[in-house]
Ligand binder design. Structure first.
Ligand code: N2P
Length: 362
């Protein structure tokens, strides 16, 4: 049967092949989230031209995705965002017959991501981690003393500590769906609360420390912490561990440490999915299968210090990754971690407005 759309695609591929152009695969992933050698390896192995763009905010990705026509073949939302994007019809179901490495997925992680994407119909886990405290150990203990609460939310939500830390610089993530749950956790409320009365309780906590936050930004803290430009970042586990490495390599006397707060930390999952209007679904599946390869996934985790959802990659992880409880938490830590679920449209509006007021200090 003649099918205009697929004939056009086949024709385009033939013309491209004849002219010696490679077909493109466009991937939109978080910044500082892969070993770039893997990008070249993908091109060499598949013959595709890889266009790889980065973002540092779920909100930015969601705006592009829901507007349609993003032009991306693979995107990587966190699971809470993915769940409501699935409901909005933003993704196409995966063709698992094209994912020869899908059996490498780790059932422990799949059991958790199941809540957001039942049966893994639309996504595979890329990496997961926690949101917590990055500190310049020397500066923070100099300012707050040897018993500085570097593993507690007291560090960033107690205004007395923050007032002192302001002098050496504090960054918070520009991620309302992570900062608000953390503030709720600090005051003993449910971090996954959805009702306005509970959500509103986060505002005075975040507003009270606002004058001492130098910047709300979700990627600059990696180098700022490593350079000694700031002394505290409320950020993502692997990013802070990358910062620790950068400081170590620069041999600049900065010692960076990451701790998931003892009060409990958010455990999040970043999922790779294919937009419903992806220009090259074939190429998207090739990219996903490349990522599902145990060696490739291990190389990515070994480089960025995030845990992954790939069981077959585990024997290939370096001890610095698989043996670090900040990356692969032990049972006791795992029990303190919490997860969140998506806000509905109304709660999301409430949270977005609150976040705007907090950031602007009004
Ligand atoms: C990578 C940050 C990814 C974690 N730099 C946020 N989901």
């Amino acid at each position: 049967m003649f099918n205009a759309k697929s004939s056009t695609v086949v024709l385009a591929a033939l013309l491209a092949a004849q002219a010696g152009w490679a077909e493109e695969v466009r991937v939109y992933n978080w910044s500082d989230y892969i070993d770039e050698e893997l990008l070249t390896k993908f091109e060499e192995e598949t013959g595709y031209d890889l266009i790889y763009d980065v973002f540092d905010s779920n909100e930015v990705l969601e705006t592009k995705l829901l507007a349609g026509g993003s032009g991306y073949d693979v995107v990587v939302p966190s699971a809470t965002f993915l769940q409501r994007q699935i409901s909005a019809g933003a993704f196409q179901p995966l063709d698992k017959s094209k994912l020869t490495n899908i059996g490498n997925l780790w059932d422990v992680v799949s059991a958790r991501t199941e809540t957001y994407d039942p049966g893994g119909e639309y996504s595979i886990n890329y990496m997961w981690g926690t949101t917590g405290l990055g500190v310049n150990v020397g500066k923070v203990t100099e300012i707050l003393g040897e018993d500085a609460p570097i593993n507690s939310l007291e560090l960033v939500f107690n205004p007395e500590n923050m007032e002192k830390l302001a002098e050496c610089g504090v960054h918070f993530l520009d991620a309302p769906t992570e900062m608000i749950p953390a503030a709720l956790q600090y005051i003993g409320e449910d971090p996954d609360a959805k009702d306005e009365e509970t959500l509103a309780k986060a505002e005075p906590i975040l507003a009270a420390v606002r004058p001492f936050v130098q910047k709300y930004h979700s990627s600059e803290y990696i180098s700022a912490l490593a350079n000694g430009d700031i002394c505290v970042a409320f950020g993502w586990s692997g990013d802070i561990l990358q910062s620790r490495d950068r400081a170590f390599e620069a041999d600049n006397g900065v010692e960076v440490a990451y701790n998931a707060p003892v009060e409990g930390a958010l455990m999040w999952f970043d999922q790779m999915a294919i937009p419903v209007d992806a220009p090259n679904p074939e190429g998207a599946h090739a990219f996903l299968d490349f990522i599902l390869n145990a060696e490739n996934m291990a190389a990515a985790s070994n480089y960025v210090y995030y845990a992954n959802g790939n069981a077959a990659s585990m024997p290939l992880l370096v001890e610095d990754v698989i043996g670090d409880p900040a990356i692969y938490p032990d049972k006791a830590t795992l029990e303190t971690l919490y997860t969140t679920t998506p806000y509905d449209a109304r709660a999301q509006r409430f949270v977005t407005r609150m976040w705007t007021r907090i950031k602007s200090g009004t």
